[in-house]
Ligand binder design. Structure first.
Ligand SMILES: C[S@@+](CC[C@H](N)C(=O)[O-])C[C@H]1O[C@@H](n2cnc3c(N)ncnc32)[C@H](O)[C@@H]1O
Length: 281
Protein backbone atom coordinates (compact mmCIF):
# COMPACT_ATOMS: atom_id res chain seq x y z
CA UNK A 1 0.00 0.00 0.00
CA UNK A 2 1.26 3.47 -0.85
CA UNK A 3 0.63 6.68 1.07
CA UNK A 4 2.09 8.78 -1.76
CA UNK A 5 -0.38 11.10 -3.51
CA UNK A 6 1.17 10.06 -6.83
CA UNK A 7 1.23 6.39 -5.83
CA UNK A 8 0.25 3.59 -8.17
CA UNK A 9 -1.67 1.47 -5.63
CA UNK A 10 -4.73 2.47 -3.53
CA UNK A 11 -4.04 4.07 -0.16
CA UNK A 12 -5.45 2.15 2.81
CA UNK A 13 -6.91 5.40 4.22
CA UNK A 14 -9.02 5.91 1.13
CA UNK A 15 -12.61 4.99 2.03
CA UNK A 16 -14.16 7.09 -0.75
CA UNK A 17 -13.16 5.15 -3.86
CA UNK A 18 -10.87 2.46 -5.27
CA UNK A 19 -8.51 4.88 -7.05
CA UNK A 20 -4.76 5.03 -6.76
CA UNK A 21 -3.12 8.37 -6.03
CA UNK A 22 -2.30 8.79 -9.72
CA UNK A 23 -5.87 8.09 -10.79
CA UNK A 24 -7.15 10.47 -8.08
CA UNK A 25 -4.85 13.25 -9.31
CA UNK A 26 -6.27 12.95 -12.83
CA UNK A 27 -9.87 12.60 -11.63
CA UNK A 28 -10.02 15.95 -9.80
CA UNK A 29 -9.05 18.18 -12.76
CA UNK A 30 -11.69 20.90 -12.91
CA UNK A 31 -12.48 20.60 -16.62
CA UNK A 32 -13.61 17.33 -18.12
CA UNK A 33 -13.52 17.55 -21.92
CA UNK A 34 -15.09 14.66 -23.81
CA UNK A 35 -16.03 13.61 -27.33
CA UNK A 36 -17.92 10.33 -27.02
CA UNK A 37 -19.02 8.44 -30.14
CA UNK A 38 -22.70 8.58 -31.07
CA UNK A 39 -22.70 5.41 -33.11
CA UNK A 40 -21.18 1.95 -32.87
CA UNK A 41 -20.73 -0.15 -29.72
CA UNK A 42 -18.98 2.64 -27.77
CA UNK A 43 -22.10 4.82 -28.13
CA UNK A 44 -24.02 2.56 -25.74
CA UNK A 45 -27.14 2.46 -27.91
CA UNK A 46 -27.15 6.22 -28.47
CA UNK A 47 -29.61 5.72 -31.34
CA UNK A 48 -32.18 4.50 -28.84
CA UNK A 49 -31.20 6.91 -26.07
CA UNK A 50 -31.57 9.95 -28.31
CA UNK A 51 -35.35 9.51 -28.00
CA UNK A 52 -34.58 11.74 -24.99
CA UNK A 53 -33.60 15.40 -25.65
CA UNK A 54 -30.52 15.27 -23.41
CA UNK A 55 -29.24 11.80 -22.57
CA UNK A 56 -25.99 11.80 -20.59
CA UNK A 57 -23.11 9.69 -21.92
CA UNK A 58 -22.79 6.56 -19.76
CA UNK A 59 -18.97 6.85 -19.86
CA UNK A 60 -19.14 10.35 -18.35
CA UNK A 61 -21.39 9.11 -15.54
CA UNK A 62 -19.06 6.12 -15.06
CA UNK A 63 -16.10 8.45 -14.53
CA UNK A 64 -17.96 10.32 -11.77
CA UNK A 65 -19.24 7.09 -10.20
CA UNK A 66 -15.66 5.75 -10.08
CA UNK A 67 -14.53 8.75 -8.05
CA UNK A 68 -17.47 9.06 -5.64
CA UNK A 69 -18.09 5.37 -4.81
CA UNK A 70 -16.31 2.08 -4.28
CA UNK A 71 -17.04 -1.13 -6.17
CA UNK A 72 -20.46 -2.46 -5.11
CA UNK A 73 -21.65 1.00 -3.97
CA UNK A 74 -25.22 2.21 -4.40
CA UNK A 75 -26.07 5.19 -6.63
CA UNK A 76 -29.42 7.01 -6.76
CA UNK A 77 -30.63 9.15 -9.70
CA UNK A 78 -34.03 10.79 -9.01
CA UNK A 79 -34.22 12.21 -12.59
CA UNK A 80 -33.00 9.15 -14.45
CA UNK A 81 -34.23 9.83 -18.02
CA UNK A 82 -33.15 6.99 -20.33
CA UNK A 83 -30.59 5.84 -17.80
CA UNK A 84 -27.17 7.50 -18.33
CA UNK A 85 -26.41 7.07 -14.60
CA UNK A 86 -27.79 3.52 -14.45
CA UNK A 87 -25.68 2.48 -17.46
CA UNK A 88 -22.64 4.09 -15.80
CA UNK A 89 -23.38 1.91 -12.74
CA UNK A 90 -23.43 -1.21 -14.93
CA UNK A 91 -20.05 -0.23 -16.41
CA UNK A 92 -18.53 0.19 -12.95
CA UNK A 93 -20.11 -2.71 -11.04
CA UNK A 94 -22.23 -0.45 -8.87
CA UNK A 95 -25.91 -0.79 -8.03
CA UNK A 96 -28.11 1.91 -9.54
CA UNK A 97 -31.56 3.03 -8.46
CA UNK A 98 -33.36 5.51 -10.69
CA UNK A 99 -36.67 7.38 -10.64
CA UNK A 100 -38.18 8.73 -13.86
CA UNK A 101 -41.53 10.41 -14.43
CA UNK A 102 -42.00 9.41 -18.07
CA UNK A 103 -43.07 5.81 -18.79
CA UNK A 104 -41.70 6.32 -22.32
CA UNK A 105 -38.14 6.99 -21.09
CA UNK A 106 -38.39 4.03 -18.69
CA UNK A 107 -39.34 1.83 -21.64
CA UNK A 108 -36.43 3.19 -23.73
CA UNK A 109 -34.01 2.36 -20.88
CA UNK A 110 -35.24 -1.24 -20.90
CA UNK A 111 -34.78 -1.44 -24.70
CA UNK A 112 -31.24 -0.09 -24.30
CA UNK A 113 -30.42 -2.77 -21.72
CA UNK A 114 -31.82 -5.43 -24.01
CA UNK A 115 -29.76 -4.20 -26.94
CA UNK A 116 -26.59 -4.01 -24.82
CA UNK A 117 -27.37 -7.34 -23.14
CA UNK A 118 -27.18 -5.77 -19.69
CA UNK A 119 -29.35 -6.68 -16.71
CA UNK A 120 -31.45 -3.56 -16.00
CA UNK A 121 -30.82 -1.71 -12.75
CA UNK A 122 -33.82 -0.66 -10.67
CA UNK A 123 -35.74 2.10 -12.49
CA UNK A 124 -38.95 3.22 -10.82
CA UNK A 125 -41.53 5.07 -12.87
CA UNK A 126 -42.86 7.84 -10.64
CA UNK A 127 -42.62 11.38 -9.35
CA UNK A 128 -39.34 12.02 -7.51
CA UNK A 129 -41.26 14.28 -5.07
CA UNK A 130 -43.09 11.19 -3.76
CA UNK A 131 -41.22 9.60 -0.79
CA UNK A 132 -42.71 6.19 -1.75
CA UNK A 133 -40.39 6.11 -4.80
CA UNK A 134 -37.39 5.72 -2.46
CA UNK A 135 -38.62 2.50 -0.79
CA UNK A 136 -35.65 0.52 -2.18
CA UNK A 137 -33.37 2.66 0.04
CA UNK A 138 -35.40 2.25 3.26
CA UNK A 139 -32.98 -0.24 4.84
CA UNK A 140 -29.61 0.78 3.40
CA UNK A 141 -28.80 4.36 2.33
CA UNK A 142 -27.05 5.14 -0.96
CA UNK A 143 -23.41 6.22 -1.31
CA UNK A 144 -23.95 8.74 -4.09
CA UNK A 145 -26.77 10.75 -5.62
CA UNK A 146 -25.77 11.46 -9.22
CA UNK A 147 -28.35 13.35 -11.22
CA UNK A 148 -29.07 15.65 -14.09
CA UNK A 149 -32.31 17.48 -13.30
CA UNK A 150 -34.49 19.24 -15.85
CA UNK A 151 -33.46 22.87 -16.18
CA UNK A 152 -36.20 25.36 -15.28
CA UNK A 153 -38.24 25.46 -18.48
CA UNK A 154 -35.13 25.70 -20.67
CA UNK A 155 -35.98 22.90 -23.06
CA UNK A 156 -39.66 23.80 -23.12
CA UNK A 157 -38.91 27.16 -24.75
CA UNK A 158 -39.27 27.37 -28.53
CA UNK A 159 -35.84 27.81 -30.10
CA UNK A 160 -35.07 30.85 -32.17
CA UNK A 161 -32.36 32.29 -34.42
CA UNK A 162 -29.47 30.12 -35.51
CA UNK A 163 -30.70 26.87 -34.02
CA UNK A 164 -34.07 27.36 -35.70
CA UNK A 165 -32.31 28.03 -39.01
CA UNK A 166 -30.47 24.76 -38.56
CA UNK A 167 -33.71 22.80 -38.23
CA UNK A 168 -33.71 22.75 -34.43
CA UNK A 169 -36.62 25.13 -33.86
CA UNK A 170 -39.08 22.82 -32.13
CA UNK A 171 -39.56 23.18 -28.39
CA UNK A 172 -38.54 19.93 -26.70
CA UNK A 173 -39.85 19.65 -23.15
CA UNK A 174 -38.92 16.35 -21.50
CA UNK A 175 -42.62 15.65 -20.94
CA UNK A 176 -45.87 17.64 -20.91
CA UNK A 177 -46.66 16.32 -17.40
CA UNK A 178 -47.35 19.16 -14.89
CA UNK A 179 -45.27 17.13 -12.39
CA UNK A 180 -42.21 17.58 -14.68
CA UNK A 181 -39.91 20.08 -12.94
CA UNK A 182 -38.72 21.11 -16.40
CA UNK A 183 -42.09 22.75 -17.03
CA UNK A 184 -41.79 25.09 -14.03
CA UNK A 185 -40.63 28.68 -14.35
CA UNK A 186 -37.24 29.70 -12.91
CA UNK A 187 -38.54 30.90 -9.54
CA UNK A 188 -40.78 27.88 -8.93
CA UNK A 189 -38.14 25.44 -10.14
CA UNK A 190 -35.53 26.25 -7.49
CA UNK A 191 -37.57 25.35 -4.36
CA UNK A 192 -39.11 22.34 -6.18
CA UNK A 193 -35.62 21.00 -6.96
CA UNK A 194 -34.50 21.69 -3.38
CA UNK A 195 -37.44 19.67 -2.04
CA UNK A 196 -36.69 16.64 -4.25
CA UNK A 197 -33.02 16.77 -3.31
CA UNK A 198 -33.89 17.07 0.40
CA UNK A 199 -36.02 13.90 0.09
CA UNK A 200 -33.19 12.11 -1.73
CA UNK A 201 -30.46 13.31 0.66
CA UNK A 202 -32.43 11.78 3.56
CA UNK A 203 -31.52 8.43 1.89
CA UNK A 204 -27.81 9.30 1.45
CA UNK A 205 -25.24 8.00 3.91
CA UNK A 206 -23.25 10.44 6.02
CA UNK A 207 -20.14 11.56 4.04
CA UNK A 208 -21.86 10.42 0.85
CA UNK A 209 -21.93 12.86 -2.08
CA UNK A 210 -24.56 14.59 -4.17
CA UNK A 211 -23.29 15.32 -7.70
CA UNK A 212 -25.61 17.34 -9.89
CA UNK A 213 -25.39 18.65 -13.46
CA UNK A 214 -26.62 22.17 -14.18
CA UNK A 215 -26.48 24.33 -17.29
CA UNK A 216 -26.91 28.08 -17.02
CA UNK A 217 -29.56 29.98 -18.96
CA UNK A 218 -28.81 33.08 -21.02
CA UNK A 219 -29.00 36.30 -18.97
CA UNK A 220 -31.95 38.63 -19.48
CA UNK A 221 -32.66 42.21 -18.42
CA UNK A 222 -34.04 41.14 -15.02
CA UNK A 223 -31.69 38.36 -13.89
CA UNK A 224 -28.21 36.95 -14.50
CA UNK A 225 -29.75 33.45 -14.91
CA UNK A 226 -26.62 31.79 -13.54
CA UNK A 227 -28.73 28.79 -12.66
CA UNK A 228 -25.79 26.91 -11.15
CA UNK A 229 -25.24 29.69 -8.57
CA UNK A 230 -28.93 29.81 -7.68
CA UNK A 231 -29.06 26.00 -7.37
CA UNK A 232 -26.07 26.04 -5.00
CA UNK A 233 -27.73 28.75 -2.88
CA UNK A 234 -30.98 26.75 -2.65
CA UNK A 235 -29.35 23.38 -1.93
CA UNK A 236 -27.21 24.92 0.83
CA UNK A 237 -30.53 25.42 2.66
CA UNK A 238 -30.70 21.63 3.17
CA UNK A 239 -29.50 20.84 6.69
CA UNK A 240 -26.22 18.90 6.74
CA UNK A 241 -25.46 19.36 3.03
CA UNK A 242 -22.21 21.17 2.29
CA UNK A 243 -21.11 22.53 -1.10
CA UNK A 244 -17.66 21.18 -1.98
CA UNK A 245 -17.03 22.82 -5.36
CA UNK A 246 -17.62 22.06 -9.00
CA UNK A 247 -16.19 20.62 -12.17
CA UNK A 248 -17.06 21.67 -15.70
CA UNK A 249 -18.05 19.23 -18.41
CA UNK A 250 -17.04 20.45 -21.86
CA UNK A 251 -18.89 18.48 -24.51
CA UNK A 252 -16.55 18.79 -27.49
CA UNK A 253 -18.98 16.96 -29.77
CA UNK A 254 -21.51 19.84 -29.88
CA UNK A 255 -22.00 21.70 -33.15
CA UNK A 256 -21.10 25.39 -33.10
CA UNK A 257 -23.49 28.11 -34.31
CA UNK A 258 -22.82 31.85 -34.89
CA UNK A 259 -25.25 33.00 -32.19
CA UNK A 260 -25.70 36.81 -32.15
CA UNK A 261 -23.71 37.33 -35.38
CA UNK A 262 -23.21 40.08 -36.54
CA UNK A 263 -24.91 42.14 -33.84
CA UNK A 264 -24.18 41.10 -30.27
CA UNK A 265 -22.27 38.76 -28.03
CA UNK A 266 -24.17 35.60 -27.11
CA UNK A 267 -22.14 32.90 -25.32
CA UNK A 268 -22.50 29.50 -26.90
CA UNK A 269 -22.53 27.27 -23.85
CA UNK A 270 -20.70 24.07 -24.64
CA UNK A 271 -20.29 23.24 -20.98
CA UNK A 272 -22.32 22.22 -17.96
CA UNK A 273 -21.50 22.59 -14.28
CA UNK A 274 -21.06 19.45 -12.20
CA UNK A 275 -21.87 20.63 -8.67
CA UNK A 276 -20.50 18.55 -5.79
CA UNK A 277 -22.00 18.48 -2.28
CA UNK A 278 -21.31 16.23 0.71
CA UNK A 279 -23.63 15.15 3.49
CA UNK A 280 -21.94 15.95 6.78
CA UNK A 281 -22.51 14.20 10.09
C1 LIG B 1 -32.06 16.08 -17.91
S1 LIG B 1 -33.14 14.72 -17.94
C2 LIG B 1 -32.14 13.39 -17.35
C3 LIG B 1 -31.43 12.67 -18.46
C4 LIG B 1 -30.63 11.49 -17.97
N1 LIG B 1 -29.43 11.92 -17.28
C5 LIG B 1 -30.30 10.53 -19.10
O1 LIG B 1 -29.12 10.15 -19.24
O2 LIG B 1 -31.20 10.17 -19.84
C6 LIG B 1 -34.24 15.03 -16.62
C7 LIG B 1 -35.35 13.98 -16.48
O3 LIG B 1 -36.12 14.28 -15.31
C8 LIG B 1 -37.43 13.79 -15.55
N2 LIG B 1 -38.32 14.42 -14.56
C9 LIG B 1 -38.82 15.68 -14.54
N3 LIG B 1 -39.59 15.89 -13.48
C10 LIG B 1 -39.58 14.72 -12.76
C11 LIG B 1 -40.20 14.30 -11.54
N4 LIG B 1 -41.01 15.12 -10.84
N5 LIG B 1 -39.93 13.03 -11.09
C12 LIG B 1 -39.11 12.20 -11.80
N6 LIG B 1 -38.53 12.54 -12.97
C13 LIG B 1 -38.75 13.79 -13.45
C14 LIG B 1 -37.71 14.16 -17.00
O4 LIG B 1 -38.73 13.36 -17.57
C15 LIG B 1 -36.33 13.93 -17.64
O5 LIG B 1 -36.25 12.67 -18.26
Amino acid sequence: MSDEPGGAVPDRRNTLNDLTGREWTYAIRSVLATRYPTNGPASYAHRLRRAHPSPKPPQLMAELIRFFTRRGGVVLDPFAGVGGTLLGCALEDRRGIGIELSPHYVAVYHQVCQQLQLSPQTLIQGDARDPACYAALEDAPCDLILTDPPYAGMLARPRTGERKKHGQGAATPFTTDPADLGNLGYEAFLPALRDVIRTAVARLRVRGHLVLFVKDLQPDAEHHNLLHADVVAHLMQIAGLRFRGYRIWHDESLNLYPFGYPYAFVAHQVHQFILVFRKEA
